[in-house]
Design a protein around this ligand. Structure first.
Ligand code: DP6
Length: 378
């Protein structure tokens, strides 16, 4: 694969004057973490995540063909394109829950600059982006994965309308490719229950450019796996993802960490197939703590857990010793805790969450979630 298949091929017979597309794309939670990236959002190591179900972004992209004829052709490189973009006027307004959000424009404009060579038709339209997150904006849950995935899918629906012969396989691969250019983890928010992003020798067709569905049969123990998100800190992220990933450049443990992530993905692939829940717990918790260890040992250094994050972790460990449950935790680059457990332990772990854990959440708030199957067109 050389990337050429992602270049837009126009079917000149199709005319798209105006219209709208709506996609609902899920959030995801990484089991083996992506932390460290190269130019153009290529990950330093492969990662794998569970797709979520209740945490999603729903985006509608309304578009109207620009009546002013195109003066500029698409240049060969993005730097030239950046300069000409303002003149080519990709005009859009963005609304979150009906409220205009000019502060989101910069991120979207940068995204369009990155993807414009692959979807050049986009600058022929004036667009309105209407978006809604199922989780509260101030929940500490990042909306970039689900948000970028939903927008990428809307743009792909425009491409499909202009080029109906495009296969479904290419549609989803290119959607993941575009989403990745908006936010790395968004590449994993397109399709499938378990998604691998980043090249790995044992995962067929895996790529640094797009996410692929985990290709093996998953053991029943992991069917409809549960994820309850405990909202320990609902504030803005302390460390932006760009700053965070950059911490891995020149990090003293970087190479070892990238190697370990590759090994952990091999091990997790086995575990997901053989259903070994104890091994799953061990690997997933170790990955979460390693992610935070990378932040604590970088320079500048950060502690992103809060005292209540540790209280929750200790309660989970005590509970496991007491009950032999397979409940475990994982963390993002923040203080919130994802409590993961098999569906058959729902009742048991529910008691733990309600009686012992939610006291450590801000305003006792938490979100029930479980594994979902990917984005849906509405
Ligand atoms: C800790 O995908 O938010 O959640 O590519 O800069 O947008 P950008 O970063 P982002 O990083 C997510 C990091 C993580 C781990 C993971 O999801 O794998």
């Amino acid at each position: 694969m050389d990337g050429n298949e992602f270049i837009y091929k126009s079917d000149n017979s199709k005319i798209l004057e105006d219209g709208s597309f709506t996609w609902k794309a899920p959030s995801n939670i990484a089991l083996v973490k992506y932390w460290g990236k190269r130019e153009l959002q290529e990950p330093e190591n492969p990662s794998i995540s569970f797709t979520l179900s209740n945490c999603f972004t729903e985006t509608t992209l309304e578009f109207t063909k620009n009546k002013i004829p195109k003066i500029f052709s698409v240049p060969d490189n993005n730097t030239d394109f950046k300069q000409s973009l303002s003149q080519r006027t990709f005009k859009f307004d963005i609304f979150l829950d009906g409220v205009k959000k000019p502060e989101f424009s910069k991120k979207i404009s940068e995204f369009v600059v990155r993807i414009a060579r692959l979807v050049p038709f986009i600058t022929d339209y004036n667009c309105v982006i209407k978006t809604h997150n199922s989780f509260p904006h101030s929940s500490g849950i990042a909306s970039s994965a689900s948000g970028m995935a939903a927008l990428a899918l809307c743009i792909m629906s425009m491409e499909k309308a202009l080029n109906p012969s495009m296969s479904d396989e290419l549609f989803y691969k290119k959607a993941s490719f575009l989403a990745r250019l908006g936010s790395g983890s968004a590449a994993r928010s397109i399709k499938g229950e378990l998604v691998v992003w980043g090249e790995h020798s044992e995962i067929e067709d895996s790529s640094d450019w797009y996410g692929v569905e985990f290709p093996h049969k998953v053991h029943d123990n992991f069917k409809n796996y549960q994820d309850t998100i405990l909202l320990v800190d609902k504030g803005e992220k302390v460390v932006s993802s760009t700053v965070g990933h950059n911490l891995m450049h020149g990090h003293p443990f970087a190479e070892k960490r990238f190697e370990q992530a590759n090994e952990n993905l091999s091990k997790l692939s086995e575990i997901l197939q053989n259903g070994d829940l104890k091994a799953f717990v061990n690997l997933v918790e170790s990955e979460a703590l390693t992610l935070h260890a990378m932040m604590m040992t970088s320079n500048p250094y950060f502690i992103l857990m809060k005292p209540n994050t540790l209280e929750i972790i200790n309660k989970i460990w005590e509970f496991r010793t007491r009950t032999n449950s397979n409940v475990c935790f994982t963390l993002d680059a923040g203080a919130n805790v994802h409590v993961l457990f098999p569906e058959k332990e729902k009742e048991l772990v529910n008691d733990l969450i309600v009686n012992e854990l939610i006291q450590f959440c801000q305003k006792n708030e938490y979100i029930w979630d479980s594994v979902g199957s990917g984005a849906k067109q509405m």
